[in-house]
Design a protein around this ligand. Structure first.
Ligand SMILES: Cc1cc2nc3c(=O)[nH]c(=O)nc-3n(C[C@H](O)[C@H](O)[C@H](O)COP(=O)(O)O)c2cc1C
Length: 357
């Protein structure tokens, strides 16, 4: 029987923020957030055959000794420069629904997709952080309403990208758009991929109905098949399909002993104040992070630890793919070095297993 499923899409959860992503003072390359460094990593990823790059959108840090994610490159402007400096790899931006009006996001997206000639994608996040939004006096509204507004947002962006410019109308409690005009529309037809990041009931229902990708958090490898199966079944009920991407923290060394030493260095450097601020802001009302430990937040900001020798890491990646993950936004300890090593040490094993072409 032929396997009709697309191969695993490999992406990097890029270090566009300071201290991304371990909430720890142990950081081999503390300046990896700079644009020069992001560009070097992006070009190495493209040369290595990675499929996409993905940022995190943050407006303020999380305190503690690291001021976790406190210095960050805004992701629309970040993507425009990366798209202009690459030729094959896809680049996502992340917008917070309360901050960018959907027409502004659609307009910027049309521009970005022209800069990248059809290589740009949009991740829409509902916004959860009073710490970040408070400085702009933007309220974090209740969870259910948050996702109702996000659904409207995505419908508006799609409408502006697919209807004849000047003909799109939308009127709801959240937005009024009259004869909405976005030109140029994106190069990619019918529109660039739209992702949502979240795994609460509200997020799953919304993504299943409207998104091309669901970016999900996973407490462990064992939970993957249930979560991806659930999201894909919800999409099927709307007569559509959706792809799921997770974010593993991939860390591999020649021996398990060396991996354990790196893990212990990260844990010893735990910035507990920042980790608690992060977990306190992210977890309530969500349900998505109930099984996550401070250790998981310390190691990779909530990324799924995928650690071991190169064979063990490749086998776990393959297991995640077989359990329904279609893509991975990988978190790394030392991005440039690990991207180069990933091509040399892990990709050949993934090819042998048929996980990637
Ligand atoms: C892969 C991934 C990427 C995310 N990126 C961002 C981001 O850039 N900015 C942000 O404020 N929240 C981000 N989030 C948080 C989600 O939007 C969401 O609020 C969180 O996962 C809680 O889920 P819920 O909203 O469904 O309860 C991300 C989540 C995931 C899983």
């Amino acid at each position: 029987m032929t396997n009709m499923r697309a191969p695993l899409s490999l992406g990097l959860f890029m270090p566009n923020c300071s201290n991304g992503y371990s909430i720890s003072t142990y950081k081999p390359d503390p300046d990896d957030w700079t644009f020069a460094s992001n560009l070097r990593i992006a070009q190495a990823a493209e040369a290595a055959g990675f499929d996409f790059l993905f940022p995190v959108a943050k407006w303020k840090g999380y305190g503690g000794r690291t001021n976790y994610l406190g210095t960050s490159l805004e992701t629309m402007t970040w993507a425009s420069a990366l798209l202009a400096s690459t030729s094959r790899i896809q680049v996502f931006s992340t917008v917070h629904v309360p901050i960018f009006h959907p027409l502004v996001a659609a307009k910027m997206g049309g521009t970005l997709d022209h800069i990248g000639n059809g290589r740009w994608g949009l991740n829409v996040v509902s916004g959860w952080s009073e710490r970040e939004f408070g400085q702009m006096h933007l309220p974090v509204i209740p969870h259910r309403e948050r996702y109702a507004r996000t659904a409207d947002y995505i419908e508006i962006v799609k409408g502006l990208w697919t209807c004849e410019p000047g003909t799109f109308n939308h009127h709801s409690p959240w937005y009024d758009v009259t004869d909405g005009w976005v030109s140029p529309q994106p190069v990619r037809r019918p529109h660039p991929p739209i992702a949502n990041a979240g795994v609460s009931e509200d997020a799953k229902n919304m993504a299943a109905r409207l998104c091309d990708w669901a970016f999900i958090s996973l407490p462990d490898v064992a939970a993957t098949a249930t979560v991806t199966g659930d999201i894909k079944a919800r999409a099927a009920r709307h007569g559509r399909s959706i792809r799921c991407a997770g974010y593993p923290f991939v860390l591999w060394r020649d021996t398990e002993r060396e991996v354990e030493q790196e893990r212990q260095r990260l844990l010893a450097g735990c910035d507990r104040e920042a980790a608690e601020n992060w977990a306190r802001g992210l977890a309530p009302n969500s349900g998505s992070f109930d099984d996550f430990t401070i250790e998981m937040f310390t190691l990779g900001g909530g990324a799924l630890p995928v650690m071991g020798t190169r064979e063990q890491v490749a086998a776990q990646i393959d297991e995640l793919y077989r359990a329904g993950l279609d893509g991975m936004l990988m978190v790394m300890l030392d991005y440039y070095e690990d991207t180069v090593r990933f091509e040399r040490e892990i990709m050949p094993l993934l090819r042998e297993m048929g996980t990637i072409p």
